[in-house]
Design a protein around this ligand. Structure first.
Ligand code: FAD
Length: 378
């Protein structure tokens, strides 16, 4: 964890193939832009020290994981496996206790006229900053080098530029989130579609219920209002299309809530979620995209942390085995694309059903019957 707080680190010797190139340019086998879940998982599974593949992570934040940009709900491995049946990597989702805030035992769907529908769905609430710092510490322990407060502003072929340094990588990984600079630097990649704005707060109060609440009605087109109970705290937010003032919509909802229940706001945050689906191309020549940069978010519910970790695992394994990146594209197509495509269709169904309460309730009953993974993947 200390590593996440320090300013940077450069490995010397220790079997790493790090060497200076020309005018102050440092060469690495792999340069990973972004140290979120996708970037850190990629670095961790390359296992730089054991594989002898040198890895540098470049992260624009001063402290990994902060500020938080997340609703902090995460599925269990068994549910991830149900959605992506070809995976076999329980260790990726085996998280330490200090990262997990509480267990989720259900979703309460709140409908506009006061009706609600309770679905028995399981999951976990987690502390997002702790998760990112844990994954980052694992990547560093596995032998990855890093720079914090190092925003990549330009990529030219194999060369990667921050404001003060220049690097050269045999492989460049774009793990730099929904507005990926790596992706935008190569015409081969399409931009993320349907970037949906979100605003949220973390509030302290009597939030000890072990379920999460969602309002998925017409007030929140293309998204929803969420209240995720988190062991004496709640992550409360809105993500939706069709407004420039998502924070204003959230504030309105918070005023409603204050009337029902007292709470103190601990922090506010926001961000965008790419809900347009997985990009067609996630690898090209020496460049690979992973996590939000690749559009690995479920369009039906906006969750992307598990897929960022899973994508990082798949990519890390490919690079560690010294296979060409086209093999990563093949594995993503085979393992992740079918469910992510279905999730896009599930989102269209939810968008249709939210127009009418009776339709929405019918859809909920259908999911109860078919299994709640259908809420994600249709
Ligand atoms: C408000 C909100 C709520 C969400 N709620 C949930 C939820 O409850 N559950 C869930 O599973 N998912 C949720 N998501 C989605 C989830 O947060 C993402 O899918 C997940 O963070 C993707 O991980 P990532 O590593 O791909 O990208 P990120 O977590 O975005 O990490 C990218 C990293 O790259 C860094 N970076 C970006 N550009 C550069 C650059 N040019 N140079 C260097 N570094 C750079 C960033 O600082 C960041 O650390 C939510 C998203 C938002 C915005």
């Amino acid at each position: 964890m200390n590593a996440a707080k320090s300013g940077g680190h450069r490995a010397e010797g220790g079997g790493q193939s790090l060497y200076a190139l020309g005018s102050m340019s440092l060469k690495y086998d792999v340069i990973i832009v972004g140290a979120g879940p996708a970037g850190s998982a990629t670095a961790r599974y390359i296992e730089p020290r054991r594989s002898g593949i040198s890895v540098l992570m470049l992260e624009s934040r001063r402290r990994v994981g902060l500020p938080i940009q997340c609703g902090e709900a995460l599925p269990h491995y068994r549910d991830v496996k149900m959605v992506f049946p070809r995976i076999d990597c329980p260790e990726v989702f085996d998280l330490p206790r200090h990262v997990i805030a509480s267990e989720i035992h259900g979703i309460k769907f709140v409908l506009p006229r006061g009706k609600s529908y309770f679905a028995e769905v399981t999951g976990r609430m987690f502390y997002r900053d702790r998760l990112d710092q844990y994954l980052f510490a694992q990547a560093v322990a596995a032998g990855a080098d890093y720079r914090l407060h190092a925003r990549v502003h330009k990529i030219d072929g194999h060369r990667v530029f921050t404001a003060t340094e220049k690097f050269e990588g045999n492989i460049t990984v774009g793990a730099d989130g929904p507005n990926s600079t790596v992706s935008a630097s190569f015409q081969a990649f399409s931009p993320n579609r349907d970037l949906t704005p979100c605003a949220f707060v973390i509030a302290e109060g009597d939030f000890f219920e072990q379920h999460i609440e969602l309002c998925v009605d017409q007030r929140f087109p293309g998204g929803y209002f969420w209240l995720f109970n988190k062991n004496g705290e709640a992550n409360i937010g809105v993500g939706m299309r069709g407004t420039k003032n998502v924070r204003g919509v959230l504030n309105g909802m918070l005023r409603e809530l204050t009337r029902q229940q007292g709470f103190k706001i601990k922090m506010t945050g926001g961000g965008v979620v790419p809900l347009g689906g997985l990009k067609k191309r996630v690898a090209w020549q020496h460049v690979a995209l992973v996590g939000d940069a690749a559009g690995m978010v479920f369009p039906s519910n906006g969750g992307g942390t598990a897929q960022a970790m899973l994508g990082g695992y798949l990519l890390g394994e490919i690079i560690r085995a010294r296979l060409p990146l086209v093999e990563y594209q093949r594995r993503v197509d085979e393992i992740m694309r079918p469910a992510l495509n279905k999730s896009l269709r599930a989102r269209q169904l939810i968008d249709l059903a939210r127009r009418q309460e009776s339709l929405f309730l019918a859809l909920m009953r259908l999911y109860d019957w078919r299994g709640w993974e259908s809420f994600i993947v249709g």
